[in-house]
Design a protein around this ligand. Structure first.
Ligand code: URA
Ligand code: CA
Length: 438
């Protein structure tokens, strides 16, 4: 079938065959299909969607476009975790060391910031000397040595996704559950892990803000995993307000260290323990999620996660002393308070506005990032505020490309204050996958 006929078939809402999908991806990677045709195809998928078996075939075709990571020499099932992207989402730096401390090896490839959401690789760059550019062999060997490695995507992992993601970004076709699911899962299949915990964010600060579309994304990813023989669960967690208090690279590392010391923000700790407990049960290291959470709680309060974090930092070339002394991390010189204009109750905190404002504080000339820039929140949904009470603090260095006074105004506008008490949103909305509710 010619490319134009495959596009027409999807445009008309029909199901594509496995052969059609594989031909499309192979020919696109080989440079035989021009971007304008692939853009039309992405738009057709954006509007018409794909069912689970089409999405699985798209994922398989993309995953086999490059060089995967071979983790067969690592003992036992290897675990991976993925978040669809949030604001202040530091969970990887808490969850991965705790799971590794429980004896389940973790091999995780992460990305940098995407839009208003942060990325684990930028957070790790705040740790002096820590290397995240590892080859596939170095990644496997780091996991064998300490049970934990976190690295940037290895070179040539899924070239089909690199090419397609750039095109989707330029054609407003990123926000499609089928295209996001195949993009994420192709990298997860090529990453070589045996079990996978997916943290699918939902709400204003998430990639997909709508709850139904978030559920659809989670279902597609769990179905792809099942079809590909990867044990996976998806937790749909709240991203209507930022997670934890810190939003910004270096202070998020400090927040992860505080959490591993048992002194983190309650929401970050609770979600991290939940995700880590799920990973233990998926890997067979706990009978169910509840038993997994109990085990993780013991490791957290015994300092074992923090110790594993220090080993991981040292193994990848950073200074492990930051685990005991987070003040060694870079800090910004200037502080500016954002204060409540009224008394009342916090009805909502716009996570997207906070994420965009934190990114603006960190933006330097020449595309550089100030890793010490951050917004630290002092108030969450449901809190009672007095007029003039602190809502947040901006951390930044001068000279700044943006006007800090304008950023302060925007951050202030992210807080909606009402007269009536407001209930905080649930931290976890749904769980999908085998024995979902354990
Ligand atoms: N993250 C990815 O890796 N791919 C997407 O399409 C969206 C978020
Ligand atoms: Ca945070």
């Amino acid at each position: 079938m010619r490319t134009v006929e495959i596009i027409r078939k999807k445009r008309d809402g029909k199901e594509l065959t496995s052969a059609e999908i594989h031909r499309l991806i192979t020919n696109y990677c080989a440079g035989c299909i021009p971007d304008y045709q692939m853009a039309a195809f992405c738009a057709a998928v954006y509007f018409r969607g794909m069912n689970s078996s089409e999405t699985l075939e798209l994922t398989r075709a993309m995953a086999s476009s490059g060089h995967g990571v071979d983790l067969r020499l690592v003992d036992g099932p290897v675990a991976d975790k993925h978040s669809t992207g949030g604001v202040g989402d530091t969970t990887t730096l808490v969850v991965a060391p705790l799971v590794a401390a429980a004896g389940v090896p973790v091999a995780k490839m992460s990305g940098g910031a995407l839009g208003h959401t942060g990325g684990t690789i930028d957070k790790l760059r705040a740790i002096d000397g820590l290397q995240t550019s590892l080859t596939a062999e170095q990644l496997a060997s780091a996991v064998r040595k300490t049970g934990l490695a976190i690295a940037a995507q290895t070179e040539g992992l899924v070239p089909a996704d690199e090419k397609l993601y750039r095109l989707r970004h330029a054609t407003a076709t990123v926000e499609s559950p089928a295209l996001i699911a195949s993009s994420i899962m192709s990298k997860k299949l090529a990453g070589g892990a045996d079990v996978l915990l997916l943290d699918v964010k939902t709400g204003g600060g998430a990639l997909l803000t709508d709850h139904c579309r978030s559920v659809r994304l989670a279902e597609l990813m769990v179905d792809i995993a099942a079809g590909a023989g990867l044990r996976a669960k998806a937790v749909i967690s709240d991203m209507s307000q930022p997670l934890g208090r810190a939003v910004g690279n270096s202070l998020e590392v400090a927040e992860a260290i505080a959490t591993l010391s048992g002194e983190g923000p309650p929401d970050l700790q609770k979600l991290s323990v939940h995700l880590a407990g799920c990973m233990l049960s998926l890997a067979g290291a706990a009978d169910d999620g509840r038993a997994g959470r109990r085990k993780i709680d013991r490791l957290l309060h015994g300092g074992h996660g923090l110790q594993k974090f220090a080993e991981f930092v040292e193994n990848q070339g950073g200074n492990p002393a930051i685990a005991e002394n987070p003040s060694l991390l870079c800090t910004a010189e200037k502080r500016m308070a954002v204060r409540s204009p009224d008394g009342g109750y916090i009805a909502s905190v716009n996570a997207r506005t906070i994420g965009e404002s934190a990114a603006a504080l960190a933006r330097r000339g020449g595309g550089q990032l100030d890793l010490s820039a951050a917004i630290v929140l002092s108030a969450r949904v449901g809190d009672r505020m007095q007029r003039g009470q602190r809502l947040a603090t901006l951390h930044f260095n001068q000279p700044l490309l943006a006007d800090p006074g304008e950023i302060r105004r925007r951050v202030g506008s992210a807080f909606v204050i009402g007269d009536e008490p407001a209930d905080p949103p649930p931290l976890i909305h749904n769980i999908l996958g085998p024995q979902a509710n354990n």
